[in-house]
Design a protein. Structure first.
Length: 180
């Protein structure tokens, strides 16, 4: 299960044990907003009516963004997807949100790592699924143990955001050189 579905799993509607998971209007909108934050493209929305354990798909109230004005990129259709869901309010439908995870295009906010510990940086790495971070330890007469001395981002950054696959090198202080 991916990070978005995992985040909203407790809000899912699953009429029968083996049926698909669907989401009410409010949760579907929250999922789309989360996809927008993550940079995941919305590829489509499917609508259903649920009565008891019966699920009836409503294709006339579904949409495919792969072949829309957004093309195969699907980037930028988040607001349209939200408007689409809200326009179906009167029908009492539930939705499944389809999106494409593309880590190469996702840019995550880059923290002020000069002011945090290695543990906080590791938390950020895990939360944002950064797989290309290299820690180097060096002695420093100025920077206290465990703090960042300097860092280098090898391309892939725009302002305060960094692509997931961007190589990042972080130099951490080992403290002062021990007396010999």
């Amino acid at each position: 299960m991916d990070i978005v579905r995992e985040e909203f799993d407790s809000e899912a509607i699953q009429p029968a044990p083996n049926s698909i998971k669907m989401y009410n209007e409010e949760t579907a909108v929250k999922m789309i907003l989360r996809c927008k934050e993550m940079g995941y493209m919305i590829t489509g929305l499917e609508s259903y009516r649920v009565e008891g354990t019966s699920v009836e798909p409503f294709m006339e109230h579904s949409i495919d963004y792969m072949f829309s004005k957004y093309g195969s990129k699907g980037i930028g259709c988040w607001d349209d997807a939200i408007d689409f869901i809200k326009s179906k309010h009167q029908y009492g439908l539930v939705f499944d949100v389809f999106y494409l995870i593309s880590d190469a295009t996702v840019r995550d906010p880059f923290p002020d790592i000069m002011s945090v510990s290695k543990d906080k940086i590791n938390d950020w790495i895990l939360r944002n699924r950064k797989g290309n971070v290299n820690f180097i330890e060096e002695y420093s007469e100025i920077v206290e143990t465990g703090k960042v001395i300097r860092y280098k981002i090898n391309g892939g950054s725009i302002g305060d955001k960094v692509k997931r696959n961007t190589p990042i090198e972080i130099v951490i202080s080992k403290g002062k050189v021990p007396p010999s």
